[in-house]
Design a protein around this ligand. Structure first.
Ligand SMILES: O=C(O)CCC(=O)C(=O)O
Ligand SMILES: [Fe+2]
Length: 164
């Protein structure tokens, strides 16, 4: 896998590699279609390639809001391999937060307020608790589909997609 986003995104993600993938096997395409049908409306255009993020067991993602320049109202992520905990914290009201237990093969959808008004993060192993439940972290792979910002047309085929 290549790692270009890490540089562009600074230090939000630690212990990872990633790629942007636009060619998938037929079986994978069928799964991605289910993800897209669940998460996106018919009027939404998606980034032409899917983001695949491979976090090592000690890897984690610091709180951030995906850039509005490159990513529209919806982020949908399929979690594979290790379970993990995603925490959402309101950017204006830090006392308003919630945590999601991301089981392997689960899908989360961050849309509208969850996507714009809350930061999201993946907890590091030492902090990986869902309530009182310890959620030990192993290697985690996520497959993330994003909508394009409104007013941005579909990308040119062959162009590298922008990072979120
Ligand atoms: O791994 C995930 O599910 C989220 C990744 C993420 O927040 C990002 O790439 O901006
Ligand atoms: Fe993100």
């Amino acid at each position: 896998m290549t790692s270009t986003k890490g540089k562009r995104r600074g230090t939000a993600i630690h212990g990872f590699r990633e790629t942007e993938k636009s060619r998938w096997s037929e079986a994978s395409r069928a799964i991605l279609q289910r993800v897209q049908a669940a998460a996106f409306g018919p009027g939404q255009t998606l980034l032409s390639s899917v983001h695949v993020l491979d976090l090592e067991p000690r890897g984690y993602i610091k709180p951030h809001v995906d850039s509005v320049k490159f990513c529209g109202t919806t982020i949908a992520g399929l979690s594979l391999l290790s379970p993990s905990v995603m925490r959402l914290v309101h950017t204006q009201e830090p006392g308003e937060w919630l945590e999601l237990l991301l089981e392997p093969c689960s899908l989360y959808i961050l849309r509208d307020s969850a996507r714009y008004d809350f930061s999201h993060e993946i907890l590091r192993d030492e902090e990986s608790f869902f309530g009182k439940l310890r959620v030990p972290r192993g290697r985690r792979i996520s497959v993330i589909c994003r909508s394009l910002p409104e007013g941005v047309g579909p990308e040119e085929p062959g162009q590298p997609p922008p990072a979120c």
